[in-house]
Write a protein that binds this ligand. Structure first.
Ligand SMILES: Cc1ncc(COP(=O)(O)O)c(C=O)c1O
Length: 365
């Protein structure tokens, strides 16, 4: 039977581990980002890989976002089912199975996808032609992250020409995500890196437009760089995602956003005074960006196993935790933590006010 906590109950009555959303902090994060973009030429197209949750997407759109970014076709299907009408899949969609799903999706929303390969452009065009749909295309440029993307303005031009001539496809512009810079702590180093990344996009846009192909859209940017990419030409839309939740790593880079995502956990055991063992482990708080942060107690995580977190208290007398007590953690990486849960328990002032399904969790296809 599905565990059904009652709206209105205190978080002290919630079973654990539970992924809580601090609604006040979340709303402030949405408002802070919306206020930033209110008077900018660039617009926000938030990345839903962070939250995988249609209710969060609805609130981002209500606050002024132009559309939603997705990582995967399956994630985009969930967002379209929830009524999101303007979607960018900021990835290459390759292979007959996925392209079939992609072109079905293109029939029911405004859809753009990234490309960096001529064979993929031909496959997408043939599939769109067969289904009678039109797909928007962004040519991805590698601005330094060394992931996907063409490596030069000339290669981008060649691909843009191919797209512009391909039936069923509409060349919309460029994607350039500066993911290698979003966690750079030093603001000067970050700004210099972003300027360099945007320089390549600017030169690429100029070259393509010199050949009479308009470049209306340039999409990229993340929570770590939104204020730079969002104000410097030529970026037209920013794909920031983590700002809604933040996490133990990202909050060091962007303190103007608050940690709104919290893991509520219970102390299971204190077998010796120095060691406190709690009930949320790897299956709740993935450590891909480091250990989660325990709030309020002078104890450090010493290890995670599947269902346990082990904390060590250097001064045991100062940490009065006993089995049954509740603790809270900030996950090290919000995006991977959210993907492990079915629901967000939405709380305001320690009271459960709503439960939001994380409908696209696990949507990796
Ligand atoms: C393509 C793309 N755009 C944007 C982002 C920005 O996300 P965040 O705001 O979490 O840094 C990411 C992060 O992984 C990404 O892969």
């Amino acid at each position: 039977m599905l565990y059904e906590p009652k709206i209105g109950m205190s978080i002290d009555e919630l079973d654990t581990p539970a992924l809580l959303l601090d609604l006040d902090a979340f709303e402030r994060n949405i408002d802070t980002m919306a206020a930033f973009f209110a008077d900018k030429a660039a617009v926000l197209r938030p990345h839903s890989k962070t939250h995988k949750c249609p209710e969060v997407a609805r609130r981002q759109l209500a606050a002024g976002a132009l559309g939603i970014t997705c990582a995967k076709v399956s994630e985009a299907e969930v967002m379209a089912d929830a009524g999101v009408s303007d979607i960018l899949i900021a990835n290459q969609i390759v292979g007959a199975i996925k392209i079939d799903r992609l072109t079905d999706l293109a029939a029911r929303c405004d859809l753009m996808v990234a490309v960096d390969n001529p064979g993929n452009v031909q496959d997408l065009s043939a599939a769109c032609l067969a289904k009678g749909v039109t797909l928007g295309i962004l040519v991805e440029v590698d601005t330094g992250m060394q992931r996907c993307g063409v490596r030069s303005a000339e290669d981008a031009l060649a691909l843009a020409r191919l797209v512009a001539q391909a039936p069923g496809l509409e060349f919309k512009g460029l994607q350039g995500y500066e993911g290698h810079l979003v966690h750079t702590l030093d603001p000067d180093e970050r700004a210099a890196g972003v300027r360099q990344a945007l320089g390549l996009l600017k030169a690429t846009k100029a070259l393509i437009e010199m050949h009479d192909i308009p470049v209306p859209t340039i999409s990229g940017g993340g929570t770590g760089t939104y204020d730079l990419s969002g104000t410097l030409p030529p970026m037209t839309e920013i794909q920031a995602g983590s700002y809604v939740f933040m996490d133990a790593k990202y909050v060091q880079v962007r303190p103007e956003f608050e940690n709104s995502l919290i893991v509520l956990s219970t102390v299971l055991s204190r077998p010796v005074p120095e060691r406190i063992v709690t009930d949320a482990g790897l299956k709740v708080m993935p450590p891909d960006f480091g250990w989660p942060k325990l709030l309020g107690y002078a104890a450090e995580i010493a290890g995670l196993s599947e269902e346990h977190a082990k904390q060590v208290a250097p001064e045991p007398a100062s940490v009065p935790l006993q089995p049954g007590d509740r603790v809270q953690f900030i996950p090290s990486h919000c995006c991977t933590a959210v993907n492990l849960q079915d629901r967000l328990y939405v709380v305001r002032e320690r009271v459960l006010v709503d439960i939001w399904p994380i409908a696209a969790r696990g949507c990796a296809q």
